[in-house]
Design a binder for this molecule. Structure first.
Ligand SMILES: [Zn+2]
Length: 382
């Protein structure tokens, strides 16, 4: 396991961009000899570079550990309810947008074809630096299959076709958003975190020690399809009474007596931005708070993070939200309920989590050994 310490050091640089060599060595408990050897090896393998840190306080000067300009990259593909986006990112989380477009009513094969064209452009221009493509999808994901993409009516779509020549990983957008909060966001340093994201419907994930609890087939965390809602309401997922149908833009429109919006998320953002208190907004905030209380009773997290529309819903009707949360908690949880924090990464959470997942994969000791064994890479074009 020659690369085990190197793996830990790279993951630390990924979690804490801008960390100095000295702090990294202290945090990992490395002797100065081991630290020097590890950094040297990572530099030789084009995985890290060092720049001089501004002198701070007494002691010998140190350096900042930074991603190598010819180091590995991850391409992130977001498949959202209505559009897609491709970006690339490095070890320090610097991202570059590549392309984006609307999904519309195109069939999955046509959309994936177009996305693959842009992915391949990045792969070609990167001169071998792109080592993984990670898809964040607004649907149920199992392995690299998009099992159900309810908002677009897609079922069972294989995502590895996006880049057969490199590793393709995939995850649900809310799961990846939670992963990002646990790694570098509002759930950092928390042992058990619950993350919830409202877009069209609601998704989420329970994270234990930063790792998502995904279930046997990777499909866990579909909290929006718990029957906390109106049992008469059918959900596109096939079930009835789904909670997600009571907390999103469609619910706001239904409760306000408006027709179903063509873009429920846009409708919700516009409605919530006005800051107007209406019975519909109060009802939706109450449904959100009560459901979160149920999940807190079930999972006993030490923090809850919310993303997407959820922070806007809470901000628009904070009293209704807080009352429903409190009333839904069991007495044993009511004395010291877990805090509910707005996500740090916001709408960038799923892409950030995809990057985290990609670099978790690329910094496995085996993957590092493989990378280091390859011939030196030419400087990237473009
Ligand atoms: Zn459902």
């Amino acid at each position: 396991m020659r690369w085990a310490t190197a793996s830990e050091l790279l993951r630390l640089v990924h979690r804490e961009p801008g960390i100095t060599r000295r702090t990294a060595g202290e945090q990992l408990g490395l002797s100065s000899g081991t630290l020097a050897e590890t950094v040297g090896r990572l530099r030789d393998a084009s995985l890290l570079t060092e720049t001089r840190a501004a002198a701070a306080g007494p002691g010998r000067p140190t350096t900042i550990l930074e991603p190598h300009p010819r180091g590995p990259l991850v391409v992130v593909v977001e498949l959202r309810a209505r559009d897609w986006a491709v970006s690339s990112g490095d070890l320090a989380g610097h991202t570059t947008p590549v392309a984006s477009g609307a999904i519309g009513d195109e069939p999955p094969a046509r959309v994936l074809d177009e996305v693959a064209t842009h992915v391949h452009d990045v792969l070609r221009a990167s001169a071998g630096r792109v080592r993984a493509v990670v898809v964040a999808a607004a649907g149920t994901v199992s392995g690299t299959r998009l099992v159900q993409f309810t908002v677009r009516g897609w079922t069972d779509v294989e995502l590895s076709v996006l880049a057969p020549e490199v590793t393709v990983l995939a995850g649900n957008d809310a799961t990846l958003g939670g992963f990002a909060e646990a790694w570098t966001g509002a759930a950092r340093e928390h042992a058990v975190a619950l993350h919830l994201m409202v877009t069209e419907g609601l998704g989420g994930v329970l994270l234990v020690d930063g790792q998502p609890v995904r279930g046997a087939r990777g499909r866990g965390g579909e909290f929006g399809h718990l029957p906390f809602g109106d049992p008469r309401l059918a959900c596109p997922c096939g079930a009835h009474g789904c909670w997600g149908r009571t907390v999103d833009g469609e619910a706001l429109a239904r409760l306000a007596g408006h027709p179903r919006p063509t873009d429920p998320e846009g409708y919700a953002r516009a409605t919530l931005r006005t800051g107007e208190r209406s019975a519909a907004v109060e009802d939706v905030a109450g449904a959100l708070g009560a459901g979160i209380a149920g999940l807190v009773n079930a999972h006993d997290p030490d923090v809850v993070t919310i993303a997407g529309l959820a922070p806007l819903v809470r901000a628009a009707a904070p009293d209704a939200f807080a009352r429903a949360y409190d009333r839904g908690l069991m007495l044993t949880n009511r004395d010291a309920p877990p805090p509910i924090r707005d996500s740090v990464h916001g709408d960038r959470g799923p892409a950030r989590g995809a990057l985290n997942l990609g670099f978790t994969h690329l910094t496995e000791p085996d993957a590092l050994a493989e990378w280091a064994a390859e011939p030196a890479r030419p400087a990237a074009r473009g």
